[in-house]
Design a protein around this ligand. Structure first.
Ligand SMILES: O=C(O)CCC(=O)C(=O)O
Ligand SMILES: [Fe+2]
Length: 274
């Protein structure tokens, strides 16, 4: 993701973090159109030049950026309610394929639990009356558009994913979201993975009401893939999945989710190279 030289400013800040203030959309949306419009407006408010620069700065953590209160507590609550609704309807599955059966108790007992997920679009969420997820999807799509504008290099909204780590120690081992095209056979992957080579920026919005350290589930960023099970402290940064927090990073950064002992929802967007 080439950026103008002026941004290569040797900023070694490990984690750029800030709290987003003021919301143009403090009111709950009254209909689907308003949910989409408010989500887009919030992206324009939250993603400014400082965020775009942070995402492209040099340094070891691939532009890792944390925006707290990226979304208001009210909207987080609405998104969480929508997410719980989809979960109760059995729409979240390990591969994201709605027809795939849920994990059996036997599988969980022997192989452990997995995160469950669904792939959605802001418009589909709006059509289904899920105003919270319509807002969240529009926010994350708007974020890609906003970064595209500020970076002068085209990015488009890619895959939007809702995932649930439903306690029981569910984790996601170290990986990169970007996978070079030569490294996989898309035919054998679920549809939403087939375009992983286009991923440039990962944005993850957390939807918990409140979260505490005993519940685990930290997002752990790695400056380098560790050679042993215990990475050096200077090589990792952990972020708690607090509701309303948004993390952004370049999609080739190694990262993982530590074992989770509470219900942990995350709405993720991969901004693709256009
Ligand atoms: O939920 C998170 O914090 C990260 C999830 C993740 O890495 C992924 O879905 O690729
Ligand atoms: Fe990931």
């Amino acid at each position: 993701f080439a950026v103008p030289n002026v941004w290569r400013d040797r900023d070694e800040t490990k984690l750029y973090a800030r709290t987003v203030t003021s919301s143009s959309s403090a009111q709950l949306p009254k209909d689907a159109a308003e949910a989409l419009a408010h989500g887009t407006a919030r992206a324009e408010e939250a993603i400014d030049m400082a965020v775009a620069k942070s995402l492209h700065r040099s340094g070891r953590f691939y532009g890792l950026t944390l925006l707290k209160d990226a979304v208001s507590p009210k909207m987080v609550q609405l998104m969480r309610a929508d997410s719980l609704k989809l979960h109760s309807q059995g729409r979240l599955t390990p591969s994201g394929d709605p027809d795939e059966p849920q994990l059996s108790e036997q599988y969980k007992k022997y192989l452990g639990s997995l995160p469950v997920l669904t792939i959605l679009s802001p418009q589909q969420a709006a059509d289904d009356g899920l105003l919270g997820l319509a807002y969240g999807g529009a926010f994350l799509s708007g974020l890609c558009a906003q970064l595209s504008e500020l970076a002068g290099k085209r990015l488009v909204p890619g895959t939007l994913q809702l995932a649930l780590y439903d306690g029981e120690g569910v984790a996601y081992q170290i990986h990169e979201d970007y996978v070079p095209k030569a490294d996989y056979d898309p035919e054998n992957l679920p549809e939403h993975h087939r375009e992983s080579y286009k991923r440039r920026v990962t944005a993850i919005l957390y939807l918990q009401d409140d979260w505490s350290e005993e519940l685990g589930g930290a997002f752990r960023a790695h400056a380098v893939r560790p050679k042993t099970d215990t990475p050096k402290p200077e090589d990792v940064i952990e972020v708690m999945p607090e509701g309303g927090s948004l993390i952004l990073f370049r999609s080739d950064m190694p990262h993982e989710v530590l074992p989770t002992y509470g219900q942990r929802f995350a709405l993720s967007m991969w901004c693709h190279a256009a």
